[in-house]
Design a protein around this ligand. Structure first.
Ligand code: NFS
Ligand code: SF4
Length: 669
């Protein structure tokens, strides 16, 4: 298309291609604090390939878009406002900066929530088919969890068969998506006072389909033009994710594939094996990975690999697919989101299978450069140029068998030079909220009482959830690691999910001996219980485990009667996805102070920004925060935790006997 921009507009336009091309290439060492990724970035550079890092350095983000001061919701526009003087003009239709930014934010929430809830719904579909005997390969593996989840939403379990309970659970949980009125089933797990606040504001979710549809409707041109009202529906939709779709995804995955328990598992590229057929699974839903695990244990496939001269088949995870099986099965994890291209650059990956979400379109091309076979498997996510082997849960070995055959073929004909960074980082992974119960309270009287007690007596100052993506706009892993170190130093117990937990695992903080980096009180607790100061909880949908943990802390008592009373805070310091925005909003709506880094899609000083960063807290919810510096971010979280402690009257360190091993054993008897 011909450029019709005036000279003045060109000057004003921040993303002129000429300017981009002139953008200085950043130093590779400034792009990542992960040594393996750095080694591979150097290799990529030497091999003449770009990556998400170099593309980010070359393409400056549009500052108007970064502050969400533009709208393309109709074709009278696109309209862009002046972010420096945001009230100076409106869109063609008269939309203000507050309406425009709130609608953009709402669209992020809708897309992010849709991703998680669709994932959850797929898990529920499989659960139904398993219960009805239509999927023979998978079965209910954790009957205790099935009963507990059923009981938590009022389904009778006593003297009932697994099949009957499971059928009732299915019909009940289907409402998480489809019900047109009333409250989603897991609203029953929300602390009563928090639920009361949601009811007062009319934000208890109905089915996710309804909430997402309504949010999309309201953000269409000419519908909801009151940022307060838009944010209310953002909360309702986001809650349908956190306490709905994501929670269903977590609970059903645990029921079908087993609830994670702490186990020693490895993270980093050093788990690629030159002498084995290496297969990387990347994406989100655990189904493909479970199928791959079964197929790679099939003696016929192992034989196939051996016949090609390999010692065996080596499966590795990436991103959240990897996080699902790291704690659940101890499968090694190769790296987080921005490491995908560097991992391919090792030349050691024979095949990559992907399903949905966070799969960069650059990957198949990069795979091609290094002779790696690349396969999409989900009908929702095909990539131009990639081979598609569709995964069907009724025949869950079919696509995995094909992937293995192609991977073996590539192993046999390997031509790429193989360079594997030799780092292997071992740590403890798989802390489900059930296990937190058990580890602190003993098997038969499992409870959060000891955690609450240790918070009350001040040994643990509070709890922080540090979660989310890595983003090439900042130095990979650095903010996550420095933030978490600062938090534990100040006796804040850290729980983690997603790509963030992989950053900390690579930094060695998921080992129990990392407790030496913690403040005295937290160190004492970690040493007594035998846990690291940073707990790895799973994938991004497993942020729902953090919600349940918060609800449990409220239920046990002594820390207020709402989630917003708890001395807790959350952060996604290197976020990049719309899912992260939705997660942030459901934590805020649940009552948690949640800080994001990198950038935040608002113009400071606008009414919409003020509502997210202060107004919501005044209404009794949590609130948003923003910081890019990890120490500043930690300071904001700690100040908030201290504010909550003060409100609970916990200003002084109160002594209370810490549970010793003997006490715990006695409690378990
Ligand atoms: Ni979460 Fe998982 Fe990683 Fe971010 Fe992407 S993999 S759902 S979105 S990048 S943490
Ligand atoms: Fe512009 Fe209004 Fe259309 Fe948005 S909805 S593009 S602000 S005219």
């Amino acid at each position: 298309m011909r450029c019709t921009m005036s000279h003045d507009e060109k000057k004003e336009n921040p993303v002129s291609i000429a300017e981009e091309k002139k953008a200085k290439k950043a130093d590779l060492r400034e792009m990542t604090s992960c040594p393996s990724t750095l080694q591979m970035l150097k290799k990529l550079e030497a091999d003449g390939h770009d990556s998400v890092f170099t593309r980010a350095a070359e393409m400056k983000p549009c500052p108007i878009g970064a502050e969400s001061a533009c709208c393309k919701h109709c074709f009278m526009g696109p309209c862009r406002l002046n972010a420096k003087d945001p009230y100076a003009r409106t869109g063609v239709c008269g939309a203000t900066i507050d309406t425009i930014a709130a609608r953009n934010f709402a669209r992020n929430v809708a897309a992010g929530g849709a991703a998680h809830t669709d994932h959850g719904m797929v898990m529920l579909d499989v659960f139904r088919d398993v219960v009805n005997g239509k999927v023979a390969h998978f079965k209910v593996q954790d009957e205790d969890k099935l009963r507990n989840v059923a009981m938590s939403i009022g389904i009778p379990t006593e003297n009932r068969s697994v099949k009957d309970i499971a059928n009732d659970l299915y019909s009940e949980l289907e409402r998480t998506y489809t019900q047109v009125e009333g409250e989603i089933p897991f609203a029953k797990r929300v602390p009563p006072k928090t639920l009361e606040l949601w009811r007062k504001h009319g934000i208890v979710p109905r089915g996710a389909m309804r909430e997402i549809m309504e949010l999309m409707h309201r953000t269409h041109m000419g519908v909801d033009q009151d940022y307060n009202n838009i944010v209310r529906q953002c909360s309702r939709t986001a809650l349908a994710d956190g306490w709905g779709g994501s929670m269903v995804a977590t609970e059903i995955s645990d029921i079908l594939f087993g609830t994670p328990e702490p186990r020693v598992a490895g993270v980093n590229m050093g788990f690629l094996r030159e002498d084995q057929v290496n297969i990387l699974i990347h994406g989100h839903e655990p189904l493909l990975f479970e199928g791959m695990i079964a197929a790679s244990n099939d003696p016929a496939n192992i034989e196939l690999a051996k016949a090609a001269g390999a010692k065996g088949i080596n499966l590795l995870g990436m991103c959240c697919s990897g996080a699902e099986v790291l704690g659940r099965h101890g499968i090694p994890h190769a790296g987080n989101f921005v490491s995908a291209e560097p991992i391919i650059a090792t030349g050691a990956v024979d095949a990559i299978g992907v399903d949905v979400q966070c799969i960069m379109q650059a990957l198949p091309k990069m795979a091609d450069c290094y002779g790696t076979k690349f396969f999409t498997t989900n009908p929702r996510a095909k990539i131009e140029g990639a081979t598609h082997f569709e995964f069907h849960e009724r025949e869950p070995l079919e696509a995995p068998n094909k992937i293995i055959a192609m991977a073996v073929e590539r192993f046999r004909n390997r031509t790429a030079k193989i360079v594997i960074p030799q780092r292997q980082d071992w740590g403890v992974h798989g802390f489900s909220h059930e296990y937190v119960n058990y580890m602190l309270g003993g098997k038969f009287r499992g409870s959060y009482t000891p955690l609450n007690d240790n918070i009350i007596n001040g040994r643990i100052r509070g709890v922080a959830g540090v979660v989310g993506c890595t983003n090439p706009r900042v130095k990979q892993d650095w903010v996550h690691v420095e933030l978490v170190k600062e938090l534990i130093k100040h006796n804040v117990l850290v729980v983690q999910t997603g790509c963030s937990q992989i950053a900390l695992a690579k930094a060695g903080l998921m080992k129990p001996d990392a407790a030496v980096l913690a403040g005295e009180g937290l160190q004492e607790v970690c040493e007594t219980v035998g846990i690291p100061p940073v707990l790895s909880l799973g994938s991004c949908v497993d942020n729902s485990r953090i919600l349940i943990a918060c609800a449990e802390m409220v239920r046990i008592g002594g820390l207020g009667d709402k989630i917003s009373d708890l001395p807790v805070a959350g952060a996604a310091p290197e976020f990049m996805s719309e899912k992260a925005i939705c997660i942030g909003q459901y934590f805020v709506a649940s009552g948690v102070y949640t800080i994001f880094g990198v950038t935040f899609p608002t113009v400071e000083g606008t009414k919409f920004h003020e509502l997210l960063f202060n107004g919501l807290e005044e209404q009794g919810f949590g609130k948003w925060g923003f910081a890019t510096d990890p120490i500043e971010m930690a300071g904001m979280m700690i100040d908030h935790i201290d504010k909550k402690r003060a409100a609970l009257g916990l200003t002084e360190k109160r002594e209370r006997k810490l549970f010793s091993m003997e006490d715990r054993r006695a409690a378990a008897e």
